[in-house]
Design a protein around this ligand. Structure first.
Ligand code: HEC
Length: 487
């Protein structure tokens, strides 16, 4: 949990040149202790008096084995925390926390430093602390400048991630740094309203085949940037910062393209067998969600190359589109698999008072707009019916709505108590919720973050940290654990 890379160590040394000036030397290089976070704290707080190499200066040596105030670990700790006021040794109880003092004692005692979690590898200097039921959580701005309305994120490997911006660009982040130039030649999008460049995902065998999937609103005119529009899925590869090898994975029937700029869905996810699922919203044409000849208001299922699996539920129905997996949805912008059952869960942005979490089962009707817990945003009734035999009820409903957006089942090591819990983001409410799941049910809900902007995506990073894409301010936040709390 306690890693400071050489990078931040040097940053601290550089920030306190005075500490180095004491001995007139430069910091020791190439030695093991160089990596020790305790050394960095020592350089910042102690070196001016005890010498850059701990051998003494204005105050005594800390490495000659002689201790006036006690040489046990606990005694050294107390000398630092409580200070020795009458001798001019300041108390550090308030300036440093327990962990930092322990790290300095480690450095003095020559205790080797063993990093235990790569998630902490870039512990930031600036962060806010969130108190949740299980953890004190560190919230850091991972990407702060230069990104606009980030919509979706996909990690390519340990150090790189792709992020879509709704206006169209696809951006690369490497080691926490936003590449100044968007990926070249990504498909043009019909931006506007809720439309634009939306979901990004990698193929389950990305490391071998390099396939990256993009879902976006595609226009019929002006090279895809205007005219009637509809959700489209493509895949391609990135070579030398350029989008290449593009193939269309899903394109809707032309008659489903409309001028509506709302309710495009979507996310692109793969199950354990490699089937691809994505969602299209009702495109503000409510009855189309119930019509099996329309792609709207549906979850679709495909092979990774866009061909239709022969066991899709409606392939034998001549009037139905073969790609349809489930129907009766409003606008799903969150999709993920519950690791303990393999079920696909979706977040459906509902009407007023009707945001839903659903479990997706082949061929089922989820009711929109025939049944719903919500009403129209202008207060009109949609229906009084909330339940009907034969229609799948939601697992969870929010009244009032939070303006639900993305979901992610947490799968990292950084927050062990949250493994397989569901993270759900909200736009209008600007919050992140943690939902505890048991089988097919949600049994507890906690708002863990608020007031950091509209949150459009949430993902577990390869380092176990939780990443959030926010708008207003446009940022990517990174959440890591400070410590587990038993409340
Ligand atoms: C302003 C000068 C100053 C700073 C800064 C300072 N110390 Fe001291 N420290 C002293 C003095 C003076 C003493 C007592 C006299 C001595 O050094 O023999 C002392 C004593 C100690 C002792 C007890 C030594 C013994 O012989 O028992 C320890 C341990 C110690 N300091 C550690 C630290 C650490 C660790 C830091 C940084 C977190 C630090 N000091 C920062 C001045 C300072």
């Amino acid at each position: 949990m306690r890693v400071f890379p050489a990078k931040s160590h040097f940053a601290l040394l550089a920030a306190f040149p005075v500490a180095m000036a004491c001995t007139g030397g430069s910091p020791a290089t190439g030695q093991n202790t160089q990596e020790h976070p305790g050394d960095a704290y020592y350089a910042q707080y102690c070196a001016t008096c005890h010498g850059a190499d701990m051998t003494g200066g204005m105050a005594s040596s800390l490495v000659d084995g002689q201790w006036e105030f006690g040489g046990s670990r606990e005694e050294i700790y107390r000398s630092i925390a409580d200070g020795i006021e009458d001798q001019g040794m300041p108390a550090y109880r308030n300036a440093l926390d327990e962990r930092q003092i322990n790290l300095i004692v480690d450095a003095i005692e020559g205790v080797e430093y063993v990093p235990v979690s790569t998630a902490m590898a870039d512990e930031p200097e600036d962060y806010d602390v969130l108190e949740t039921l299980d953890y004190d959580v560190r919230v850091e701005v991972w990407v702060g400048e230069g990104i606009e309305v980030p919509w979706g994120i996909a990690f390519l490997d340990e150090s790189r991630a792709l992020v879509t911006e709704r206006a169209g660009p696809v951006r690369l982040i490497e080691d926490g740094e936003l590449h100044p130039d968007p990926i070249e030649d990504t498909p043009p999008v019909a931006a506007g309203g809720q439309g634009g460049m939306l979901a990004v995902s990698t193929h389950p065998d990305y490391e071998e085949n390099g396939w990256i999937y993009l879902a976006y609103s595609h226009g019929l005119e002006d090279d895809g940037t205007s005219g009637p529009r509809q959700t489209r899925v493509v895949r391609g590869r990135i070579q030398d910062h350029r989008w290449v090898d593009q193939e269309v994975v899903y394109q809707a029937p032309e008659e489903s393209y409309t001028t509506s700029t709302g309710h495009f869905g979507t996310r692109v996810v793969f199950d354990e067998d490699g089937y691809l699922y994505f969602a299209i919203g009702d495109r503000r044409d409510l009855p189309s969600s119930q019509r099996l000849d329309s792609p709207n208001g549906k979850v679709h299922r495909l092979y990774d190359d866009g061909t239709v699996p022969e066991d899709n539920p409606f392939v034998d129905d001549e009037d139905a589109l073969d790609t349809i997996y489930t129907y009766g949805h409003r606008n799903q912008q969150g999709m993920d698999f519950y690791p303990l059952t393999g079920d696909l869960w979706t977040a459906e942005h509902g009407p007023r008072g009707g945001d839903e979490i659903n479990i997706i089962r082949a061929g089922k009707n989820y009711g929109w707009p025939e049944i719903t817990y919500g009403i129209h945003y202008d207060g009109r009734t949609i229906t009084r019916e909330r339940f009907r035999p034969g229609i799948e009820p939601p697992v969870w409903v929010w009244r009032p709505s939070t303006a639900l957006c993305a979901i992610d089942f947490y799968t990292g090591d950084e927050f062990p108590l949250w493994r397989n819990h569901l993270l759900a983001t909200a736009l209008r409410n600007e919050d992140l919720r943690l939902l505890q799941v048991r089988n097919d049910r949600i049994i507890h809900e906690e708002v863990i973050l608020e007031d950091r902007g509209r949150i459009r995506d949430v993902a577990t990073g390869p380092d176990g940290a939780i990443y959030l894409l926010t708008s207003r301010p446009h940022q990517i936040l990174r959440l890591t654990a400070i410590e587990e709390i038993l409340r």
